[in-house]
Write a protein that binds this ligand. Structure first.
Ligand SMILES: Cc1cc2nc3c(=O)[nH]c(=O)nc-3n(C[C@H](O)[C@H](O)[C@H](O)COP(=O)(O)OP(=O)(O)OC[C@H]3O[C@@H](n4cnc5c(N)ncnc54)[C@H](O)[C@@H]3O)c2cc1C
Length: 349
């Protein structure tokens, strides 16, 4: 069987961005897709300013983006014991967007298919090895096994970093941040508004969604949690920020909401090879307070395609630039986060 140019492990935003960019470079691509993972949930996220330009570059077009992801025009925030601040912004090309990540993934996957990527459903990678400069991956979709061949590999499988794990790479875990989410009726929540506020033991994020619901995320250090907080205890924290609580006008449904836990720890993958790279959450996970994970995943996915093209053509400079830039960006975000939380600097050797 003729090997594909690139095997992309993961069909998230990073993997799809890579597949679209690879298709544009004329490289044949297989995208491995694992169905039904946590990442498919549609909790609200924000796409940092500049994200719409990346989506446009990937071929989504302004009208498709506008139809699916409204600009965020109001930001409500309270830091420490300071007053609540409400900032109104005019929607514009550089406005942050309110995302449903599952929706973004499915749109990007369509574009990737249109760019010529082949998608293979594979819940598990059984075995992966490099033989005479070709990757050979044995994958299983729950029903049958397939063997795939490719000349270069991109790990875009999110926090699981499935390929890196198989290759025995080390992941540095820098904190224990965890988030707990509840969802309820959001009719009173102002459209296209997000709120962030600190509470005594963490911080809260609240946003509406296209489905008319609103979601509240409570972020805290996992090391402080003995058990999953109840919906009631999350609502009590929201009540300590009256401006947020007033907008939510809690109906009884909120108390009945299932509490969903999401790992939000900051991590960094140590990898240094030249026949595969990691991008997006597979490479680094950053504190959601930075609201940049998806933007970085999109950008690194696009960059991963240029690295693959360079390496397949015998070059190494794109890889070195990618490695330097991604590490510098991570260090920069970490330094800002430490400043935010008043933490001592953490240095990665
Ligand atoms: C609680 C929380 C809130 C956040 N809020 C924000 C926010 O507001 N703004 C923001 O920009 N970022 C936010 N982030 C970060 C953002 O969600 C991620 O950085 C971004 O989605 C990473 O995209 P990705 O494509 O790298 O990974 P993912 O979106 O995780 O995609 C990885 C994909 O790979 C698939 N996969 C996994 N294993 C395999 C396998 N073995 N084979 C095939 N496929 C596989 C998964 O099913 C998934 O589809 C938040 C993160 C968390 C945890």
């Amino acid at each position: 069987m003729e090997p594909a140019d690139v095997l992309v492990v993961g069909d998230g935003v990073a993997g799809c961005a890579a597949a679209i960019a690879l298709g544009r470079l004329g490289l044949s691509t297989i995208v491995l897709r694992s169905q039904g993972s946590q990442a498919d949930s549609d909790l609200p996220e924000t796409l940092a300013p500049g994200g719409s330009k990346l989506l446009d570059d990937l071929g989504l077009g302004c009208s498709l983006t506008a139809k699916n992801f409204p600009p965020i025009t109001t930001k409500i925030s309270r830091w420490g014991s300071g007053p609540v601040q409400v900032a109104s912004m005019l929607p514009g090309a550089s406005a942050p967007l309110l995302l449903g990540k599952a929706r973004l993934k499915s749109i990007l996957l369509e574009v990737a298919l249109g760019s010529g990527a082949a998608v293979v459903n594979a819940a598990h990678i059984h075995k992966v090895e490099r033989q005479s400069n070709i990757w050979r991956a044995n994958v299983h979709d729950g029903a049958e096994e397939q063997v795939l061949f490719a000349r270069f590999a991109v790990d875009a499988s999110g926090r699981r970093a499935a390929l890196a794990q198989r290759l025995g790479c080390r992941r540095r875990i820098l904190d224990s941040l965890v988030s707990f989410w509840i969802v309820g009726p959001g009719e009173a929540w102002p459209s296209h508004a997000v709120a962030t506020a600190t509470v005594t033991d963490g911080w809260l994020f609240c946003a509406g969604s296209r489905s008319g619901n609103a979601a509240i995320g409570f972020f805290t250090a996992g090391s402080r949690c003995r058990a999953k907080p109840s919906a009631d205890s999350i609502l009590k924290r929201v009540e300590s920020v009256p401006e947020m609580a007033d907008l939510l006008r809690f109906a009884p449904d909120w108390k009945r909401s299932r509490v969903m836990a999401r790992n939000a720890a900051t991590t960094w993958l140590e990898n240094g090879d030249s026949d595969w790279i990691a991008c997006g959450d597979a490479l680094q996970t950053i504190d959601p307070i930075a609201s940049s994970g998806t933007y970085i995943a999109l950008r690194q996915g696009i960059a991963a395609a240029s690295v693959a093209e360079d390496i397949l053509g015998g070059g190494l400079s794109a890889l070195r630039t990618y490695q330097r830039a991604s590490k510098a960006e991570f260090d920069n975000i970490l330094a800002k986060r430490n400043l935010y939380y008043g933490l001592r600097p953490i240095t990665l050797a």
